[in-house]
Design a binder for this molecule. Sequence first.
Ligand code: ADP
Ligand code: MG
Length: 569
Amino acid sequence: MATGKINVSVENIFPLIKKFLYSDHEIFLRELVSNATDATLKLKHLTSIGEASVEYGNPIIEIKVDKEGEKIHIIDQGVGMTKEEVEKYINDIAFSGAEEFLDKYKDSAKDSGIIGHFGLGFYSAFMVAEKVEIITKSYTDAPAARWTCDGSPNFTLEEAEKETRGTEIVLHVAEDSTEFLEESRIEELLSKYNKFMPIPIKFGTRTETLPKPEDAKEEDPAPTQEVDNIINNPNPAWTKLPTELKEEDYKGFYRELYPMQFEEPLFNIHLNVDYPFNLTGILYFPKLTNDLSAQKDRIQLYQNQVFVTDNVEGIVPEFLTMLRGVIDSPDIPLNVSRSYLQADGAVKKISSYITRKVADKLASLFKNNREDFEAKWNDIKIVIEYGMLSEDKFYEKADKFALYPTVDGTYYTFEELQEKIKGNQTDKEDKLVILYASNKEEQHSYIEAAKNKGYEVLLLDSPIVPHLMQKLETSKEKISFTRVDADHLDNLIKKEDTQISKLSDEEKETLKTDIEKTINNKSYTIQMEAMDSNASPFIITEPEFLRRMKEMQQTGGGGMFGMGNMPEM
Ligand code: ADP
Ligand code: MG
């Protein structure tokens, strides 16, 4: 038997990094801008604790595209590196200088917003570049250094000329990546990944129109000047405290997030917690349209203000994926599969925190301005109903503010409804019978008949309502939902009020046979004794359970919510 050691040489690693490290080549820019940001935040921290005696000033990060020279430059004014530091941080793959920094300055730097983590980001440069240069000058007095590497494990490192503090990364763009030499493509990447990063990012200049001087003539053109084109908002609303923000700020931030969205959000929920995990963010309830599948993937996930993804599946409960907004948490592990995420303890806590915040916000809206809450009910009910079905914790809270509108537009909570109908709408088994209609026009005569009897009729028309009724019937004692045109409505009919039909028995029989022939459906029942003789001479009913089963089958399959996950009925 032979034993030995498998030899992993660096030669083998480069092609692997290039191919597999990140599935998306475009994230190279995010990684390099993150490093530039970290370098700047480190300097900010070091100057603030007196460890660096330089002026911090107003540093920016600049991105330049040199189409002719086939190069991209990423320039920062951060801490820079000495030659020794380049050896340590760059040549050592998978050694994270960011982690080291956070370790060293532990408590004082924990809120510094430093992004780096795995010590791999820099090498993503080789996904798009055939050669990478680093020209860097440390904030200390050490001379500047130049490192170059062509994607093989061989590098050069020498002293260089650079007067200004900071680092310039030069990417010599590879032939298969020339798309990144297009300004529009870089702009697109910057606005996707870097729109809310904490250090101003300059990409070119833009012309700004200045106000005309007092003595200008009518025909004089307004003066203009070239200014830095800063592509990001370094202080997005979610990084501020709720007390610093007004309603208008939240709306403004919504427009910033969704420039193409003209509808205003219904309300927002500010998330802000730093123990036992770190999470900030703002969620919005949008006005939902009927095309619910189009509503998904609208919450954006950030880590320290760097965009990560707009697929938050596994991180927020499914019923909340219809909301919009931002969540930012460094505590969500992203280098793992989604199914693993759902099992992760920290992620579970985050998910239930978000659920609770949403429930609390809804409860306070209901409590503080019921009228407004009722007005919004139609636009928010699907989220709430779906949440009640799928998350028990949410159900417990929502049960107090979920509304049940009547066909006439009165809104009851469940408790109020019970109070209102008890006594009057009880069946032979002493169950409370909750009457509802799902279509006001089609069920018009049934609704009228029931109302004439003094019954309350709810209007429940959202697609998941059959599931919700099932849930309520099993969670609450002695209630049953019955559609106004269902058969066991008989149980409720106050016989003494029923007018006797003017038809003879024979006429009734003939009519009944005719109707049966026409509708030709064995599961329907025809009752010649009308609920209300003024409205309808006979009624056709279908057993409640049969119809509901059919409805649930319709919404049960891979509907827009992927109701495959629905609790067993
Ligand atoms: P991470 O950011 O996770 O630490 P990277 O591979 O992205 O790992 O970067 C490795 C290290 O190289 C950084 O931690 C940092 O010490 C150093 N570095 C990279 N880019 C810069 C830069 N622009 N300025 C100063 N140091 C940098
Ligand atoms: Mg990094």
